[in-house]
Ligand binder design. Structure first.
Ligand code: ZN
Length: 157
C-alpha cells in the first residue's frame, strides 16, 4: 500500500535561485518554483494508518521552507569556489564572481544544485524528521523544478 502527497496540490513549494556551472544556459543565475512530493510504501498499523499525513506534511514543509527565497549553493562543488567574507558569500567559477549577503544564501551539502541532487537532499531531510517504523518499506521523494519536470530519489528500508 502507498501514501502519496503532492507538493503542488498541498502548497508545499519553494522559490529559489541557482546556477549550474558548465551548462550552456543554466550557468547563469536564474530561479525556479519547486515542489516537494512524497511517496511512502508500507502496511497500515493497528490504527489503520501507514503514517500520519500531518507529520509527513510538516517534514516536507520544513524542508521546503529551509530553501524558500534563498540562493542555493552547493557546498561540495568541484568547479565553484565559495568564500565567506564578513557578511558576504563570494562565489566564483570560470571568469564569473558573485557576491551575496550570507543571510540570502543556503549552502547545501551537495556537489550541484540540480533537481536530482535536490531530490536526494530532500529525501535525507525528510527521513531525518520522521520516525519510520518497521511497517514502512520504502520512501520516495520528488522535487519538481517547475510543473511537469522533476527528479525522484528513493530509499528501501
Ligand atoms: Zn535551473
Amino acid at each position: 500500500m502507498k501514501l502519496k502527497l503532492d507538493g503542488w496540490q498541498l502548497g508545499i513549494t519553494f522559490s529559489a535561485c541557482h546556477f549550474l556551472p558548465g551548462h550552456s544556459k543554466c550557468n547563469r543565475l536564474h530561479g525556479h518554483n519547486y515542489a516537494i512530493h512524497l511517496h511512502i510504501t508500507g502496511e497500515p498499523m493497528a490504527d489503520g494508518m501507514i503514517y500520519d499525513f500531518v507529520a509527513l506534511k510538516k517534514a516536507m514543509k520544513l524542508t521546503a521552507d529551509e530553501m524558500d527565497h534563498c540562493v542555493l549553493m552547493p557546498g561540495r562543488s568541484k568547479s565553484m569556489k565559495l568564500e565567506h567574507s564578513g557578511t558576504q558569500v563570494n562565489v566564483s567559477f570560470g571568469s564569473k564572481t558573485y557576491s551575496f549577503p550570507k543571510e540570502d544564501v543556503r549552502i547545501l551539502d551537495l556537489e550541484l544544485v540540480s533537481a536530482e541532487m535536490l531530490a536526494t537532499y530532500a529525501l535525507e531531510s525528510i527521513i531525518k524528521q520522521l520516525e519510520l517504523g518497521s511497517n514502512i518499506t520504502k520512501i520516495k521523494v520528488g522535487v519538481d523544478e517547475g510543473i511537469g519536470q522533476g527528479a525522484w530519489a528513493s530509499r528501501e528500508l
